[in-house]
Ligand binder design. Structure first.
Ligand code: ZN
Ligand code: ZN
Length: 273
């Protein structure tokens, strides 16, 4: 037992190519990871999830694609207006790549691989392969609990598997089913982009990553950034479930992130501060 014990709340507010945003907090401090849907939507979904009063002490940005940063400018101003301005942590490459129209005030540049303190939380970013200037994934450490959001990567890497292995909660990309993608409606160039080493993880690749990175700490897995055209909840879930079954990890709670509505928030207990 640690000196304190606290519930860490995780709420995937939106997930998919039309907008990504996840809240992580413990009631005393909290962060948003990405802000790729309208500020109004973020606010409404947080309220609906019972997080209307939850603190937002920082916004952790993964990369400059609009489905991850669309709200940045407006959200930054809204938080300032509430009297709670929050820094936007992002790599210099991401800051350079952001559409100037959504550029927030209060950018704090970080290097991929670094850790920043957000109140008593620690936010750590690490590099991932994606077709932007300097993309990262973020992990939030609260006491002994680690929550990671790992999406928008073209292939599994050793580093990502190592990070995943220490997670208590992982929000992990299961973007597309390879067959649905190839037989689907997308133009050839877009299919190639998605499939490339700097595109998105297929269900098969994500299952591979999970297989190599599944650790004993993992309690909750959220399948994320599912393509609405080239994937289904069934396809993605089947892929993840097969790996969990093979590892006899049926205690791991499995959820699927949604585009059009927030998932119900869930908590994990943090101790050992
Ligand atoms: Zn994305
Ligand atoms: Zn992206």
């Amino acid at each position: 037992m640690g000196l304190f014990a606290r519930d860490v709340t995780v709420c995937v507010l939106s997930s998919g190519s039309a907008g990504n945003c996840t809240y992580v907090g413990d009631g005393h401090a909290g962060v948003l990871i990405d802000c790729g849907l309208a500020t109004k939507q973020i606010t409404e979904r947080m309220k609906a999830a019972g997080l209307g009063e939850a603190p937002i002490d920082a916004v952790l940005v993964t990369h400059e694609h609009s489905d991850h940063v669309a709200a940045a400018g407006v959200l930054g101003r809204a938080l300032r207006k509430r009297g709670k301005p929050a820094p936007f942590y992002m790599t210099a490459g991401t800051a350079q790549g952001i559409d100037p129209r959504v550029m927030p005030d209060g950018i704090e540049p970080v290097k991929a691989g670094s850790t920043v303190a957000v109140a008593h939380l620690r936010a750590e970013c690490f590099p991932i392969p994606h077709d932007t200037r300097d993309p990262v994934a973020w992990q939030v450490h609260v006491g002994d609990i680690t929550v990671a959001v790992i999406t928008d990567l073209g292939r599994p890497t050793q580093l990502v598997a190592d990070k995943l292995r220490r997670c208590d909660v992982a929000v992990l990309e299961f973007n597309h089913d390879e067959e649905l993608l190839m037989n689907g409606p997308y133009p050839y160039w877009l299919k190639q982009r998605i499939k490339s080493n700097h595109g998105h993880l297929s269900n098969r690749q994500a299952a591979e990553l999970l297989d190599s990175g599944l650790g004993t700490r993992l309690k909750s897995l959220v399948l994320a950034h599912l393509s609405e055209e080239n994937n289904t909840t069934d396809h993605a879930t089947r892929g993840a479930r097969a790996v969990l079954d093979a590892h006899r990890a049926d205690h791991v709670q499995l959820r699927v992130g949604q585009q059009r509505a927030s998932l119900a928030p869930f908590t994990v207990r943090a101790e050992a501060w």
